[in-house]
Each structure stands twice: as structure tokens, then as C-alpha cells.
Design a protein around this ligand. Structure first.
Ligand SMILES: *Cc1c(COP(=O)(O)O)cnc(C)c1O
Length: 335
């Protein structure tokens, strides 16, 4: 089975399962799960931030962070393609009473600084209070460079906006840039990073940032139903992931290059050059359904569409990539 749908499909390795089995546990709602506490301390140190919070999902982490930053009637500036705006069920508006102000993402995934500037509302009772700028890195597999982040952070500081980074895959960005994650994220008030994607944990996200904001997010986490008890079972997997699975993301990036190069040799496909672990491929619409069926038979699981996203991760090696490319090639050789 070669599953290219997402980097969330990974199964915990035997070593990760051992770490989970042997983790010392307590009741994290009382603050006395030693493994959760160790993970939170480790995450805060790794990001060079004051505090950290362990949450079950990235969605809850982003929502708790947005609610820590914004009050009812505040708004946050966010990309049209950003996960918090587009793929989290409208939680900021539904549960947070926070108005999103979405802006078009540029082709490189960034928000144009002039667009951000123009979207900030004057202090006037007609308008929601513009409170927060939320960026995402990586976004659609693309890396926002540190120089851009510095410009965006400077703009936010100048205009009195707080900043949140949805860094679900921020380790992919840091590895791609060859930069410590603390340097890449410096200056953000809060950063959310998933342990359950490329890092291979079965569940869990860390929210890191300023102490007061993380404390507020901890209260929201409880209200949102994320106060878990012996959560050290999961935190142990997260610690193992941070210790063993960060540097190896480079292998996933290499495999994405290998996949892109292989697919680019197929004339019917148009392949976008990958930056991290995601390969985007344009497929002639008439081929989407029969190609998907063919790949299923060959043991290659995909989410196909006219612009398909194929994702590499720690459960697919170079041989698996070659098998996937061969399955694509065989289909187009016959059709
Ligand atoms: C996956 C993802 C999330 C949400 O994480 P879940 O754990 O699936 O809730 C948030 N932001 C981005 C960019 C993601 O890719």
C-alpha cells in the first residue's frame, strides 16, 4: 500500500509505540501528567517561546489561539487559502465570534503587504476591530521565506496587530530552509505546529507562544473539549516525533522531487515543482476517475482531481515512489 493522500496517514513505528507504552502518566487537566509537561517544555524551548500547550488537533489549536488573541467583534486577517479560514468549518466565526477578513493568497502563498495594509480597519464603530494577522507556513506545500515573514511581522507591529502562525507543517519549512524552527518563527506571538503530519505522531499539536496567550488558550482548550486526562500516552508519541522525525523530513522532500521528476516524464501530466513534501499535478479531467481506479488496483491510494495533491511522508520510501510513478506511467501508456 502506497498512500499519497496526506502525511496524516502514517502509523506509529514500533519505537514510537514503545515510547507511548512506557510514558509516565498523570491527569493533565490537573497539570500533573509528567509526559505532557515534558513535551510542552520541550516545544517551548525548541521554538524559543515562553510557553507551550498540547492539544488534540491542529484545528483546536488554531481556534484556541484565535480566541486567545481576539474578542467577540474583533477580526483577523487571513489568506483565502489558509486552513483556519477555509478548512476548519468556519470555527473562528461560529465558535469564536471572530470575523475573518480573507485576502487573496499570492501564487507563492504569501499575503501581499499592501493588501494587508489596506484591509486594516480604522477605529470606528462601523467596523470590526482588526486585531490579528494569521499566516500559514508551509501553505499548499510552499515555504514562506524568513525575509517575507520579517516584513509582515514589521507591518503588524507598526499597525498594532498581533500575529499567529499556523505552522501545521512549519518543520517542513524549517528543514527546507535549513533553519532552526525558532529562527523561522521568531517574532510571532503564537505558533501552532502539528505532530501528527510529517512528524508521524498519531495525534497532537503544540501551540507555542507568549505566556499570557498560551494561558488564555489553555482555558479555551478546556471549553472546546480538549482537556485530556492521561494525555501523556499521546504526548510521548509527540516527544518521540520531535526527537527522531524532524531532520528526516528532508527524505520526504527528496521523495517529492523524485515523484515530481517521474511524473513530469508523462506527457499528459503537468507537474508543479515541489518545495517540500507536496506534489501538485494537473491531470486532464477525463482521466481523473479511470486513473484513480487504476492506481487503486495497483495499491496506490490517492485523492485525485484535475489539480491533484500527492503527499510524501515517512511511510513511503523511494521504492514506493518508483512504484507509484510506474503505476501512473502504465495507465498513460495504455490510454
Ligand atoms: C492539518 C492542518 C491543520 C489542522 O490540523 P488537524 O489536526 O487536522 O485538525 C491546520 N492547519 C494546516 C495548515 C493543516 O495542514
Amino acid at each position: 500500500m502506497i498512500d499519497l493522500r496526506s502525511d496524516t496517514v502514517t502509523r506509529p513505528t514500533p519505537a514510537m509505540r514503545d515510547a507511548m507504552l512506557s510514558a509516565p502518566l498523570g491527569d493533565d487537566v490537573f497539570g500533573d501528567d509528567p509526559t505532557v509537561n515534558r513535551l510542552e517544555a520541550r516545544a517551548a524551548a525548541l521554538f524559543g517561546m515562553e510557553a507551550a500547550l498540547f492539544l488534540p488537533t491542529g484545528t483546536q489549536s488554531n481556534l484556541a489561539a484565535l480566541m486567545a488573541h481576539c474578542q467577540r467583534g474583533d477580526e483577523y486577517i487571513v489568506g483565502q487559502d489558509a486552513h483556519t479560514y477555509r478548512y476548519e468549518g468556519g470555527g473562528a466565526a461560529v465558535l469564536g465570534s471572530i470575523q475573518p477578513q480573507p485576502l487573496a493568497n499570492q501564487p507563492d502563498g504569501s499575503l501581499a503587504l499592501a493588501d494587508i495594509e489596506a484591509a486594516i480597519k480604522p477605529d470606528d464603530s462601523h467596523f470590526a476591530r482588526t486585531r490579528l494577522l494569521a499566516l500559514e507556513n508551509t501553505i499548499g506545500g510552499k515555504v514562506l521565506a524568513r525575509a517575507y515573514l520579517e516584513d509582515a511581522l514589521a507591518l503588524a507591529a507598526r499597525r498594532g496587530l498581533a500575529t499567529h502562525l499556523d505552522g501545521a507543517r512549519v518543520f517542513n519549512a524549517a528543514v527546507r530552509l535549513g533553519m532552526p524552527v525558532a529562527d523561522l518563527c521568531r517574532g510571532f506571538d503564537t505558533v501552532s505546529a502539528c505532530l501528527s503530519k510529517g512528524l508521524g505522531a498519531p495525534a497532537g499539536t503544540v501551540l507555542v507562544g507568549r505566556r499570557d496567550l498560551v494561558a488564555a488558550a489553555r482555558r479555551w482548550r478546556k471549553m472546546l473539549g480538549g482537556g485530556m486526562r492521561q494525555a501523556g500516552v499521546l504526548a510521548a508519541a509527540g516527544l518521540h516525533a520531535l526527537e527522531h522525525n524532524v531532520d528526516r523530513l528532508a527524505l520526504d522532500h527528496d521523495n517529492a522531487q523524485r515523484l515530481a521528476a517521474g511524473l513530469a516524464r508523462i506527457a499528459a501530466l503537468e507537474v508543479e515543482a515541489p518545495q517540500t513534501n507536496m506534489v501538485f499535478v494537473r491531470i486532464p479531467p477525463a482521466h481523473v476517475a479511470p486513473l484513480k481506479a487504476h492506481l487503486d488496483v495497483r495499491g496506490v491510494t490517492t485523492l485525485l482531481g484535475p489539480r491533484a495533491r500527492l503527499v510524501t511522508h515517512l511511510d513511503v520510501d523511494a521504492a514506493g515512489i518508483d512504484a507509484a510513478v510506474a503505476a501512473f506511467a502504465d495507465y498513460f501508456a495504455r490510454s
